[in-house]
Write a protein that binds this ligand. Sequence first.
Ligand SMILES: [Zn+2]
Length: 169
Amino acid sequence: MRRPIVKYGSRILQRATEPVDAITPEIQTLIDDMIETMYAAPGIGLAAPQVGVGLRIFVADVSAGRNPAELLAFINPAFVARDGSQREDEGCLSVPGFNTSVGRSSRVVLRGLARDGTEQVIEGAGLLARCFEHEMDHLDGTLFVDRLRGLQKDLIVRKIKKLSKSGKW
Ligand SMILES: [Zn+2]
């Protein structure tokens, strides 16, 4: 079932999430719903706080559904390694309509649980590394907008405030 995506300005997006202690049927349903919501958006990654759930879970598919083997679900992910740097345009399903360049690592290794409870260690380069850092940020209550500075940030925040005031956010 598709779930509504929470937008910038909502408190849940600014709070650090709690680890999952048991992969229950409810967690499986949450992951199914997150995958469906991500594909429908469409997006290449979605973290649990974006559907209003404060747990350390995210799903990702940098092929956007073209290659089923690239679909990932991570439960309680942690960084194993991050190195290099890249700067590309980035967006977020919780900040629709805004894309801007954000600096990220060019290679990221994550360790965590797959949805069947087995441990997985996955290395991402390029877009997947960017996606991993973006989703890990969500689990710590950080949005890509929070990583911007000065004018770049002011401009987006001001536009969102304007949209909120006119009920369009
Ligand atoms: Zn996002």
